[in-house]
Ligand binder design. Structure first.
Ligand code: TXA
Ligand code: MG
Length: 327
């Protein structure tokens, strides 16, 4: 385990090659580097190095059965990680890569068991920011990267979030500023005949269906078998108790010593609060708001139910994992 974590500022779109080379050499020697993607900060290691990947699980306190996503810089690179990259994968990659869509496909021998949590499949995506792509190119191999937080905590969308979660446990943090999407990627399982969304994200079900021309299943983790181990209901939770209420209930509960996160358009109580009117805005800032309110030592964080529309699916999913329904 690292005793000292270095932090280097780097331009997201034009990263200094010297800094990228420095980060690449840490990865090459089996170290851990946190870096910004468009979704959340990832905790990166060489995906093909089992010892390096083991350090990810250790630094996060993550159970070894929870598979990691591998990040590649091109479709050719993705092909090396899988045994099949069929027509559906090609169409989706063409439309959404680089971007916040992870494709779960049959795993090749290039990706070790530990990286995939022992599964026969692997999740692959090309991240959008140049800094992330440059780092993958520099290593010349895929980078395994879960969100750069301790297991079961809120994902980081700023380098400062990574510092508070993992300082002293990893080698380097590349600070490229805030993540622009702010919620984790959509995870789509293409390994069986009917595509299934294991985790909703900002690439929507309808957008995937528009490309594939067929129905995509959603979820399956609530009552059925655990398909995506990271989709356990308790996840992404702050330490301050979080309660989920309807807008009507908000007017009826005691808000002393509370903060409020609301969605849609309405009048907020006079307590620390944020109000998000669009899913994009909510996605970008939800985690930062949770991080901020969580650090204030409040009695509770009150969150209102996001709207029911499909564009809010990812926000609804994260909010429901973070908060308990008021009973
Ligand atoms: O946006 C993201 O996906 C970020 C950035 C860093 O790329 N990464 C991320 O990784 O959120 P993580 O490990 O925090 O979440 C990955 C999710 C977990 O729920 C995991 O169980 C699921 O994807 N997953 C990964 N590989 C899988 C596989 N082969 N089969 C099923 N689920 C998988
Ligand atoms: Mg995570």
């Amino acid at each position: 385990m690292s005793s000292k974590t270095r932090i280097l500022s780097v331009d997201r779109d034009h990263p200094d090659p010297m800094i990228v080379a420095d980060a690449g050499s840490i990865l090459r020697s089996g170290g851990l580097v946190a870096f910004g993607t468009e979704t959340v900060y990832g905790l990166g290691a060489d995906a093909t190095n089992p010892a390096a990947v083991a350090r990810i699980y250790e630094a996060k306190g993550r159970p070894s059965f929870n598979p990691l996503i591998v990040h590649v810089d091109s479709q050719e690179h993705a092909l090396a990680c899988v045994t099949e990259f069929g027509e559906k994968a090609k169409l989706l990659a063409h439309k959404f890569w680089p971007g916040p869509l992870t494709l779960v496909l049959p795993r090749s021998g290039f990706i070790p068991d530990i990286t995939a949590g022992g599964l026969t499949t692997v999740g692959v995506r090309i991240p959008l920011p140049e800094v992330a792509q440059a780092l993958i190119r520099e290593l010349g191999r895929p980078i395994a990267a879960p969100s750069a937080n301790r297991s079961n905590r809120i994902s980081p969308t700023l380098a400062s979030h990574v510092v508070s979660e993992l300082d002293g446990r990893i080698d380097l943090i590349l600070d490229s500023g805030p993540c622009t999407v702010g919620l984790e990627s959509t995870v789509l399982d293409l390994s069986s005949s009917i595509p299934r969304i294991l985790r909703p994200g900002m690439v929507l079900k309808a957008e995937i269906e528009a490309v594939l021309g067929e129905v995509v299943l959603e979820g399956g983790t609530e009552s059925g078998p655990i398909l995506s181990p990271g989709s356990l209901p308790v996840h992404y939770a702050p330490q301050t108790p979080c309660v989920l209420v309807s807008r009507e209930e908000l007017g009826q509960i005691d808000l002393t010593d509370s903060a409020v996160i609301g969605f849609g358009e309405f009048q907020l109580a006079r307590v620390p609060s944020v109000l998000f009117s669009t899913p994009q805005w909510a996605g970008e800032h939800l985690y930062d708001s949770l991080h901020k309110f969580d650090s204030m030592g409040l009695r509770q964080i009150v969150i209102t139910e996001p709207p029911d529309e499909p564009e809010w699916a990812a926000v609804r999913d994260r909010v429901r994992r973070a908060a308990k329904r008021l009973v």
